[in-house]
Design a protein around this ligand. Structure first.
Ligand code: NCD
Length: 305
């Protein structure tokens, strides 16, 4: 695996074997190997958009392995406010740290940052485009649950149009011969460019309007929040708000044994009564953000191999 010095921008930049290698490395880290590997390393977290899990788990990952963190969680207190370009911010911060984790509302911003940075850029979400580190932690969770990534029947429910987590995850799963059920209100379907990727990988998928249309069992149901902040038109949002909600009594038929995942935050897509069921694994999934990001930070800085 040739990860030292490499940026993590899109899940598409990774071959199947690299993905498997990273997932296994995260599981090694979780098992306690590589303690303190990040000693002396500095991570900069540049968050131009709200975040709880992604930023805090990057920071906790770094600190708990002996590294240090600088950065901002509110662009209004950075020089962006004075009109500095993203490229100039990156050119500067690149001299202060060993690796940068960045979240930005503009699609393609992480790629641009990687072109001007002299340290690896980790894309912590660029608009509605990609969220590769979320996908790696999702895959780690799947590997733990099923012992494999191959051949899983995965439903994706919700905002498949603007949800970057499902774009990255669908592309990753296309490398593992699974079957996808893409379930969304008609206005929030998976974008054509992602479906083209699925087609060219020969991935079987179906598009459904709601869970009731499922005809075969799912291994996993990956639920997403409607990405309110990405709608250009508020009325378009209001038409779909509250369109789906998982309750205890949803977990029947093809969903009886389903593992429920969610990148979080949830708004109202999964009722709290579901949390106590054996199906709910979304908080465990969120906690896998730590070993996954530890492994990624260690791999790109070259201290984990
Ligand atoms: C997701 C994101 O930011 O794309 N959150 C996360 O990183 N876990 C999902 C979302 O905001 O709905």
């Amino acid at each position: 695996m040739d990860l030292p010095g490499r940026s993590i921008i899109s899940i598409r930049d990774f071959a199947r074997d690299e993905i498997l290698g990273i997932v296994d490395k995260a599981l090694e880290v979780k098992a306690g190997e590589w303690a303190d590997a990040l000693h002396g390393k500095v991570l900069a977290t540049l968050f131009f958009e709200p975040s709880t899990r992604t930023r805090l788990s990057f920071e906790a990952a770094m600190v708990s392995m002996g590294g240090r963190v600088i950065g901002f969680a509110d662009p209004n207190i950075s020089s962006t406010r004075k009109g500095e370009t993203l490229a100039d911010t990156i050119r500067t911060v690149t001299g202060y740290c060993d690796v940068i984790a960045m979240r930005h509302p503009v699609e393609g911003s992480a790629r641009l940052a990687s072109e001007v940075a002299s340290v690896p850029i980790i894309n912590a979400g660029d608009g509605a485009n990609q969220h590769p580190t979320q996908t790696f932690l999702d895959l780690v969770t799947l590997k733990e649950e099923f012992g494999r990534l191959e051949g899983l029947a995965v439903g994706m429910l919700g905002d498949l149009k603007y949800g970057r987590t499902v774009h990255s995850l669908a592309m990753a799963l296309s490398l593992f011969g699974g079957r996808l059920s893409l379930i969304s209100p008609p206005g929030l379907r998976m974008p054509a460019h992602v479906k083209e990727e699925l087609d060219s990988a020969g991935t079987r998928y179906e598009e459904l309007r709601d869970l009731g249309e499922l005809t075969s069992d799912l291994d996993v149901l990956y639920v997403t929040r409607i990405q309110k902040e990405r709608f250009a038109d508020f009325q378009e949002y209001e038409r779909v708000a509250g369109a789906y909600r998982i309750r205890r009594d949803t977990l029947t038929g093809p969903c009886t044994r389903v593992r429920l995942m969610h990148p979080l935050p949830r708004v109202d897509e999964i009722a709290e009564e579901v949390d106590a069921t054996p199906n709910a694994i979304y908080f465990r999934q969120a906690h896998n953000g730590i070993p996954t990001r530890q492994a990624l930070l260690g791999l790109v800085t070259g201290v984990i191999r």
